[in-house]
Design a protein around this ligand. Structure first.
Ligand code: URA
Length: 297
């Protein structure tokens, strides 16, 4: 920690991952409270170069402040068949350590291949230990549309590709309605590893992997970003509202490595549409908005 701006960056990083309140004089090592994780020394402050830049994602419509309040990092679950080995599984990185390490690794990636290698080598998210595969991306890296789902499900985890299960089949049909397919879009997820039992990702898991996603967007440089579902939309836009409020509106996404703001159109997740077929009306409207936008480019 060399000067005041480094300290400000570190505080901003804590806010970004939801630590917005001091509740004790001493920092608590949450990983020490698990049966599997023995206590470990307090994390050493990272070098300034490893600290995150400020991510900005502004709505093009008036909005509300972003969500805050992040619970402690989830504990690693007991091993499952086919899990990938994770050298430090008994001592997962703390949330901020993981985010900082991911940030530094993501920044170093100068190509998609390097980013994928960095994601595969990353041990800062406990989900890697219970997943069968790392699910990086599918589709055309030169596509103008980048779709971002939440996390792999069972089929995706087995095959190592995003959106290959039932909701993926519906996604393919939705895209086909506006003349798109896997060769004309690029698809990834907020998380590259399946949460056990398809549970929702925790804020700490998202924070740990977010730097890779941001770098992913920078390297693809899409003309339009489409977060699918609430988790993806809220994460990408750093907003608190649910997807039924966010969908159908255009927002801006900005990141330091992008030449300018990228328009973002949040849409309902295909899995939600399978459970709520009546909502396909809204999804159809959003698809038309997307079609209109890309035909103007
Ligand atoms: N749901 C997602 O959000 N992503 C996938 O890859 C599959 C299902």
């Amino acid at each position: 920690m060399s000067d005041a701006s480094d300290i400000l960056e570190l505080l901003r990083w804590h806010l970004d991952i939801g630590c917005d309140e001091a509740i004790g004089d001493e920092p608590a090592d949450w990983t020490a409270f698990t049966a599997r994780a023995p206590s470990r020394p307090a994390p050493v402050a990272p070098p300034a170069a490893a600290l995150p830049p400020q991510r900005t994602a502004r709505p093009t419509a008036p909005g509300r402040p972003a969500a805050s309040g992040t619970p402690p990092m989830g504990n690693p679950l007991p091993g499952m068949p086919g899990v990938q080995p994770m050298p430090n599984a008994s001592q997962p990185l703390g949330a901020s350590e993981a985010g900082i390490s991911a940030r530094a690794r993501a920044r170093e990636a100068g190509s998609l291949a390097e980013l994928e290698a960095a994601v595969r080598a990353f041990d800062g998210c406990p989900l890697k230990a219970t997943a069968m595969n790392t699910v990086f991306a599918d589709g055309n890296p030169k596509a103008r549309i980048m779709l971002i789902g939440e996390a792999p499900g069972e089929d995706e985890d087995r095959q190592g590709k995003p959106f290959v299960g039932v909701s993926g089949k519906l996604l393919d049909r939705m895209l086909a309605q506006i003349g798109l397919d896997r060769d004309s879009v690029y698809i990834t997820n907020i998380l590259p590893w399946r949460p056990p039992g398809n549970r929702s990702p925790t804020p700490a898991e998202i924070a740990a992997c977010l730097p890779f996603l941001e770098r992913h967007v920078e390297l693809i440089g899409p003309a339009v970003l489409v977060p699918l579902g609430g988790t993806s939309a809220k994460t990408l836009l750093n907003r608190a509202e649910g997807i039924t409020r966010l969908r159908g509106q255009w927002f801006d996404f900005q990141a330091p490595g992008l030449p300018g703001a990228v328009p973002v159109l949040p849409m309902l997740h295909p899995a939600y549409l399978l459970r709520n077929p009546l909502a396909k009306r809204e999804a159809w409207r959003d698809l038309l908005l997307l079609k209109q936008r890309i035909s103007q480019e």
